[in-house]
Design a protein around this ligand. Structure first.
Ligand SMILES: Nc1ncnc2c1ncn2[C@@H]1O[C@H](COP(=O)(O)OP(=O)(O)OP(=O)(O)O)[C@@H](O)[C@H]1O
Ligand SMILES: [Mg+2]
Length: 334
């Protein structure tokens, strides 16, 4: 069997906050193959960006291992590490902050091409810049090359950010709330562009969003991972997760998505949280950290033991004592 493009093995990341250690990412494991999409969803502060940054090599894990193309990234040589950093590119939420306002779009795209010696001549550089702009649907590209970021709309700026991440021919994109800043009307067309790029270039994508409705749209052929207070609580193929959510937290998130069809909305079971307060990472609840809010809270076991993410034969994986108990026969034993 060939190894996955990327594998996270029990990865955690702590930060010091108010002289106390918090676990922003806690014991997260998953792998992603070439051309695969994984959407990370969850409330603000659950560790999505931290996970993305660790994958992109912008933060190191406090514990656990990351494998890229089968190699443990902590043991890579300098050249191999550079290749890994170029191979995984991150698109940030705010394109305005991440694009240099004093450079034209041509310079923004030409700089990494020249720096990494990916083009030999000026002609080759210009051709590559134009083809990158076409690739992200900024057409005709000649209309954009001499412009500055402030002369473009938010959606166009985000397309330039995407084009810049593609200059170094990555195999993996981490898109962190990449469409959240743009108007709803442009969001879908940006998502379509990202989706085409994925298919055309065979890219793997970690798509980070707090919006489960967006995850549903973008990752329908892939998987969705739901995070809660630093831990992965459910990780399943997207259609399965949407149609058969198993973790009570996923069920709550899904029940909160408004449906276009009022009939579906009426039929939808509205799940009540026991508490609306999201606990702080500084005072993490014992056992399952969702237990103080969980509509299925079942006492001592939930309060005392942290449930581990358990994989089932149907391809889903859930971290909940009750689900594990209900589905004992379906558990894939490690
Ligand atoms: N550099 C840092 N120093 C201290 N704490 C940090 C740092 N980066 C992140 N955190 C904390 O780690 C936790 C997870 O943050 P992260 O940004 O990964 O969450 P997120 O899921 O991306 O949230 P959002 O949806 O708001 O973007 C938060 O409590 C955050 O305050
Ligand atoms: Mg974030």
């Amino acid at each position: 069997m060939t190894s996955p493009l990327l594998e996270l093995n029990h990865v955690s990341r702590t930060f010091m906050v108010k002289k106390q250690q918090i676990k922003a990412v806690d014991d997260v494991s998953f792998s992603l193959g070439t051309g695969e999409v994984l959407c990370l969803v969850g409330e603000s502060g659950c560790g999505k960006t931290t996970t993305g940054k660790i994958i992109a090599g912008l933060l190191s894990p406090s514990s656990g291992k990351i494998f890229f193309k089968g190699n443990d990234i902590s043991t890579l040589s300098k050249d191999q590490h550079n290749a890994y950093r170029l191979g995984v590119q991150m698109i940030h939420q705010d394109p305005y902050a991440s694009l240099n306002p004093t450079q034209t779009i041509f310079e923004i795209l030409a700089t990494p091409l020249r720096y990494h010696k990916l083009v030999k001549t000026d002609k080759e550089c210009r051709d590559r810049v134009l083809s990158l702009l076409e690739l992200v649907d900024l057409t005709p590209p000649d209309d954009f090359v001499e412009k500055y970021p402030h002369q473009l709309s938010g959606g166009q700026r985000q397309r330039v950010s995407i084009a810049r991440s593609l200059t170094v021919n990555p195999s993996f994109l981490v898109a962190d709330e990449a469409v959240s800043m743009v108007d709803v009307s442009i969001r879908i067309s940006l998502l379509r562009t990202l989706s085409h790029l994925k298919d055309e270039l065979g890219l793997s994508v970690l798509f980070i969003t707090h919006d489960l409705a967006l995850a549903k749209y973008f990752a329908w052929d892939g998987r969705i991972g739901v995070m809660y207070l630093g831990r992965m609580v459910e990780l399943s193929p997207a259609p399965f997760l949407v149609d058969h959510p198993q973790h009570p937290y996923t069920q709550v998130l899904l029940s909160a998505i408004p449906e276009a069809d009022p009939d579906i909305t009426r039929k939808k079971q509205s799940l009540q949280l026991r508490s609306m307060d999201v606990p702080s990472l500084l005072r993490l609840p014992s056992g399952c950290s969702f237990h103080p809010r969980c509509p299925r809270f079942a006492g001592q076991l939930c309060q005392e033991q942290i449930p581990s993410l358990t994989s089932f034969y149907d391809g889903s994986a859930v971290a909940c004592h009750l689900v594990m108990d209900d589905r004992k026969k379906d558990v894939i034993k490690a």
